[in-house]
Ligand binder design. Sequence first.
Ligand code: GLP
Length: 257
Amino acid sequence: MRIAILPTPEDIAVVAADRIQSLLERKPSAVLGLATGSTPLPLYDELTKRYEAGEISFANTQSFNLDEYVGLPEDHPEGYANFIHRFLVDRVDFPKGAAHGPNVWTGDNDQAAANYDKAIRDAGGIDLQILGIGADGHIGFNEPGGSFASRTHVDVLTEQTRRDNARFFDGDITKVPTHCITQGLGTIMESGEALLIATGAGKAEAVRQLVEGAISARWPATILQMHPNAIVLLDEPAAQGLELADFYREVWVKHQA
Ligand code: GLP
């Protein structure tokens, strides 16, 4: 795992966008894994800016969202398919139908989850997976206690996650769905590169566990310690609990040299 501790979320967005841009230059047909939540929004703004400047194109790219709520109407603005269209897909040049998400509206969510996992495989797998992290250590919506080997599946959200996400639902936890379909940890681990972004002091404990804690289902993101190509981009508040922060800074600088 490589760790960068950067001054601002905008600096993080530039580093993450550089990695995506260089991937798309090498492989225009790359498959991107997209995260929702507020953390990746500066990155999506940066990618949009580069698209508008003619520096990056998604014209041959496909994307797969990490997860989707179960129980929202298909046109709900906080549904993750709609969220990702609003903040990235509709602002750049993805071809029509190239941005995928779990289809939670078929009436058979277990089958939909299996189909989604297969669709990722059929697309050749995810080249670069963008990840946020929940305050309880979840990635995608893989909550504590889930299997490290899990494939895309139906899952239940913790009360903490529903409380954290209530801000997107008029601050009312009762409006936050209780279930989701999420890429499994096993699915996420097959991505060619995992790029996790965490900003703000509210993520400091989850980041401490992710980077320096024991690998444990209690903190699902810790499985990324076993990912051969994982990069963790942090701002100072998110990095404040890291014992070896100075060492990570040194390694990051030497890697850039
Ligand atoms: C959400 C999403 C995750 C996201 C995380 C953090 O519930 N399912 O993919 O990374 O929780 O969200 P935020 O970036 O808003 O803090």
